[in-house]
Design a binder for this molecule. Structure first.
Ligand code: GDP
Ligand code: IMO
Ligand code: MG
Length: 423
């Protein structure tokens, strides 16, 4: 069997959590391959609304196995106390979850370093979620990170202390007094105590070499779905660098982040919102600063699932969408939040940009490049109910399909598990 992949084609928050939850009954294993608690994946079912950060979105379905792969980074405090403890009345996480021993740990000092780095950048900040993502992946490639498997080795405490002290020195060299910085209402020393206790608790979970688990499952004919976090336009290689996250968010990241070979990749479900949003800094050519942008934000409930920040909103950007489909090898498109566009008389979609006195549909290198979107105007549709898609929405979908060269297989028309139209 092959690993199917589900990921976001924009700047994150496309609705990945919802669709993974919808597709889970078709799979035996759901696996996260990158990112960490910067992700916020929302699921709505049976009147419950749940936001997951590190735990795969297959956790609520009967018989599903959920894997946190080696490419993910874990903050044990956030995972156990802000996620698992909030969902333990709904599912038995311990029996369903396997964690890679090779996944790196986000230390308390990584979070404080993230804050200090962002403060130092001032106006040029990335707009990080301040979960310690950049500093943790930095240490991973610098070959001094600490992994979940280290928790079981006798040298853990020394390793932890050495890395922590190195970070503390860095923070002080940058002119910051760590004791005066509170994150999430907690001082560093308060957080460190909670974190160390949570790290100890993490040892009670099923920690193993998940690459063997996944490859054995595939050999036995089991079905695996890899769940992306963030979005392809936040990818560290191909996103609007430096306004990106620090991991490989595209399909290629599945291989390194789970230990599956490229020839084991099957279907790739690419999710896009029927419009665009972005949270944090960085280029966003179709961003709307007017009442239409505000209308999208209010109707779409576009406020960050992890940080609560208002999301920037704008029209659908087709050159960026096609770029992401190319990088990801998307085989099926899924259009999300189509209901949010209900009631607009006209809808605009960007088909190219005017840039340096020429028209282009490719993304230029310079993140500061001023791209002026060139729009096609399409007819809007009224609110609708049931499974009958209005003809104007059919035209909108056909326009996207024609531009991107792929078919839309599912249209999501509401946050609940059951609000989907299969085409
Ligand atoms: P993710 O990070 O990709 O999992 O997406 P988020 O959970 O951060 O953001 C998506 C938001 O849109 C969540 O609040 C979802 O409940 C909501 N959502 C998902 N699909 C739909 C949809 O089709 N329509 C509407 N109105 N909301 C949706
Ligand atoms: P999900 O999985 C939207 C953005 C941040 C910031 C940049 C870098 O819910 O789609 P980081 O904390 O990773 O160093 O921040 O990336 N970002 C996200 N935006 N959805 C996410 O995840 C994101 N994770 C990170 O806002 O601009
Ligand atoms: Mg999200």
């Amino acid at each position: 069997m092959k690993v199917d992949v589900l990921l976001g084609l924009q700047w994150g928050d496309e609705g990945k959590g919802k669709i993974v939850d919808v597709l889970t009954p078709q799979y035996d294993i759901i696996a996260r391959f990158q990112g960490g608690p910067n992700a916020g994946h929302t699921l709505n079912f049976e009147g419950e609304k749940v936001v997951l950060h590190t735990i795969p979105s297959g956790i609520f379905r009967k018989n599903s196995i959920n894997i946190i792969g080696n490419g993910v980074i874990i903050d044990p405090y956030i995972m156990i106390h802000e996620e698992i403890k909030t969902i333990q009345h709904l599912t038995d996480v311990k029996s369903k979850l396997y964690i890679s021993e090779k996944a790196h740990l986000i230390l308390p000092t990584h979070r404080w370093l993230d804050y200090v780095n962002e403060s130092t950048l001032g106006q040029n900040k990335i707009g990080s979620t301040l979960k310690g993502i950049g500093p943790t992946y930095t240490d991973k490639v610098r070959r001094c990170g600490i992994r979940v498997g280290d928790l079981f080795l006798p040298g853990f405490k020394d390793k932890y202390t050495a890395l922590r002290n190195r970070h503390l020195q860095q923070i002080s060299d940058m002119g910051f007094d760590i004791d005066s910085i509170k994150l999430g209402n907690k001082s560093f020393s308060e957080y460190e105590q909670l974190w160390l206790a949570a790290a100890e608790e993490l040892k009670q979970y099923q920690v193993c070499s998940t690459e063997y688990l996944i490859n054995k499952a595939l050999a036995e004919g089991k079905k695996v779905l890899a769940e992306g976090a963030q979005g392809s336009l936040l990818d560290v290689e191909f996103g609007s660098y430096p306004f990106v996250t620090s991991s490989c968010t595209i399909t290629a990241g599945v291989c390194a982040g789970l230990g599956v070979a490229p020839n084991k990749i099957g279907k790739v479900y690419g999710l896009f919102k029927a419009y665009c949003t972005r949270v944090g800094e960085g280029p966003f050519p179709t961003e709307l600063f007017d009442s239409t942008g505000e209308e999208l934000r209010q109707k779409g409930g576009e406020f960050g699932s992890t940080t609560g920040r208002p999301r920037r909103c704008g029209w659908l950007d087709l050159p960026h969408l096609r770029y992401a489909c190319m990088l990801d090898g998307v085989t099926e498109l899924i259009m999300m939040k189509a209901d949010v566009l209900n009631g607009f008389d006209e809808l605009k979609v960007c088909t190219s940009y005017s840039y340096n006195n020429r028209i282009t549909d490719e993304i230029p290198f310079d993140p500061q490049a001023r791209l002026v979107p060139q729009y096609q105007t399409l007819k809007g549709w009224k609110a609708f109910s049931g499974n009958e898609i209005p003809s104007q929405m059919k035209d909108y979908i056909a326009f996207v399909e024609q531009y991107v060269g792929l078919k839309v297989k599912i249209v999501s028309v509401g946050p609940d598990r059951n609000e989907n139209i299969v085409l």
